[in-house]
Design a protein around this ligand. Sequence first.
Ligand code: HEM
Ligand SMILES: *[C@@H]1O[C@H](CO)[C@@H](O)[C@H](O)[C@H]1NC(C)=O
Ligand SMILES: *[C@@H]1O[C@H](CO)[C@@H](O)[C@H](O)[C@H]1NC(C)=O
Ligand SMILES: *[C@@H]1O[C@H](CO)[C@@H](O)[C@H](O)[C@H]1NC(C)=O
Length: 328
Amino acid sequence: MDERCLFPLVSSLLFLITLSPFCRAQLRQDYYATSCPNLASLVRSAVSLQLQHSMAAGPGTLRLFFHDCFVRGCDASVLLTSPTGDDENHSGADLTLSMDAVDTIKKAKEAVDGDPQCTNKVSCADILALAARDVVSLTGGPYYEVELGRLDGKVSTRANVKHSLPGPGFNLDQLNALFSANGLTQTDMIALSGAHTIGISHCDKFIRRIYLFKQPVPYNPPMNLTFLRQLRQTCPMSYTPSAFADLDPITPSKFDNVYYQNLQRLMGLLASDQVLFADKRSRGTVNLFAANQTAFEEAFIASMTKLGRVGVKTGSDGEIRRICTAVN
Ligand code: HEM
Ligand SMILES: *[C@@H]1O[C@H](CO)[C@@H](O)[C@H](O)[C@H]1NC(C)=O
Ligand SMILES: *[C@@H]1O[C@H](CO)[C@@H](O)[C@H](O)[C@H]1NC(C)=O
Ligand SMILES: *[C@@H]1O[C@H](CO)[C@@H](O)[C@H](O)[C@H]1NC(C)=O
């Protein structure tokens, strides 16, 4: 057992025994209750203001949290920028980071540090986890308590991103393998994919699905013909790199379970979305979430909480960054 496990052991043996099967970083909902009591409302106001200014910042921020957690753990490494360009942000097409999303975290951090009680006490990783929650609830999804106490990491390299993030052409086995490597189940993966109920995808991520000449591409589950025709209008063969389509064509800016209903109508935009319905092993869960919004919301909250525990840093491998884009 390493030293950071001893403290809770001494302070609360019962807590450790009942809640922690392994020695895991001790995240707590009330971690900043005394050091920064207004944290939640400071972050929420900043996120809310940013969404009024740029709707795209919402989905971008939610995606940023996912990418942060899957690359070196939830440690805000995704926000670090290196003058040489060797950082997660510059890793290429798999990480089309929205500048508005990075800006959301910057503004939330400034709001938090602007409160004298909180200055330099809250990690960027925790602010990102809170901001992702606020995006979900401000776009119509459920509100949930966020576990806190992550430290910010000190390392971000381009190489870390390779093999860490799922691709839009992944099949079910590939998706399950990657999520499982992060301690997440198939059900977690399906629930978290529900984040694609908001936001957009650029045409290059699904172009091969709508033009048969490039088939078969790694994997191409069936697509609704009406939907396919619409997408060909949105993304002509001569599409520009900035062209995009909504991930949820029916309610693109509302966080709801329509994403799963779309899959039932073969209106999943990415192959990795539609495969969840196409593959019999995951179809039952898609049908459940499509039929029952509460079941989806409960599963999403549970899975986001698990996602937020991936690779958390609490020791000398972390710090509270003063600026989210640079190590101290
Ligand atoms: C299951 C595997 C996943 C794959 C293959 C995947 C892939 C993608 C791709 C290709 C895009 C479009 C990016 C672009 O063209 O700019 C996208 C967007 C997005 N992803 Fe995922 N994703 C996955 C899981 C997740 C998870 C777990 C979350 C969050 C919990 C998430 C949240 C988002 C959001 C919100 C967007 C919209 C971003 C925006 O509008 O700026 N994704 N994803
Ligand atoms: C991330 O990379 C993009 C594209 O290379 C760049 O425009 C942007 O400024 C970078 N983000 C940050 C926070 O530096
Ligand atoms: C295709 O989409 C339309 C419109 O949403 C829907 O009525 C139809 O049932 C879908 N087709 C299939 C095969 O699911
Ligand atoms: C929907 O899911 C919730 C949560 O799992 C459950 O309590 C409820 O009974 C379900 N509703 C229906 C109509 O099945």
